[in-house]
Design a binder for this molecule. Structure first.
Ligand code: AMP
Ligand code: ZN
Length: 120
C-alpha cells in the first residue's frame, strides 16, 4: 500500500528543506519528522525538529496530528541525548509577537549549556 501524498506548501522554507530542495544539516530523521541544525544557533545545541507535513504552527499540528506532535517531542529528546547531555529546552514560537518567523511548525531544541530565562 502506498503512503498518502505529503501535505506541502510550495513557498514554505521548511517544506523545501524537508523535500531536499534547499540545503540543511540533518541530524536525525524519523518517518514523519526531521531534525536539522538551526542556521543561526543561539546555544551550543540548537536543532529544529519539524513535521514532514506542513502545519502553520504547533497549535495546528496539535489539533490535526497529535501523534506527529508526540513524535516531534520524542525526536527532540533523542537529539538532546546525541547532541548534548540529554537536557533540553523545547520552544515553539507561535505567532509573530512570540517570535515566529517561519510558518511551518517547528520545535527549537536548545541546550548544551546552562540556560538563562529571559524571553522578554
Ligand atoms: P522562528 O523564528 O521560531 O520561526 O524560528 C525560525 C528559525 O529558523 C530561526 O531560528 C532561524 O535561524 C531558522 N532558520 C531560518 N532559515 C533557516 C535555514 N535555511 N536552515 C536552518 N534554519 C533556518
Ligand atoms: Zn511547510
Amino acid at each position: 500500500m502506498s503512503s498518502p501524498d505529503p501535505i506541502t506548501s510550495p513557498d514554505c522554507l521548511f517544506c523545501r528543506i524537508v523535500a531536499g530542495e534547499l540545503p540543511s544539516t540533518v541530524v536525525a530523521r524519523r518517518e514523519r519528522t526531521v531534525a536539522f541544525q538551526d542556521i543561526d544557533p543561539q546555544a551550543p545545541m540548537h536543532v529544529l525538529v519539524v513535521p514532514r507535513d506542513h502545519y502553520g504552527d504547533v497549535a495546528q499540528l496539535a489539533a490535526s496530528a497529535p501523534d506527529v506532535l508526540a513524535e516531534v517531542v520524542s525526536l527532540a529528546q533523542e537529539v538532546a541525548t546525541s547532541e548534548a547531555d540529554g537536557q533540553f529546552r523545547l520552544v515553539f514560537n507561535t505567532g509573530t509577537e512570540a517570535g515566529q518567523s517561519v510558518f511551518h511548525a517547528h520545535a527549537h531544541v536548545i541546550g548544551g549549556a546552562a540556560l538563562g530565562w529571559t524571553p522578554a
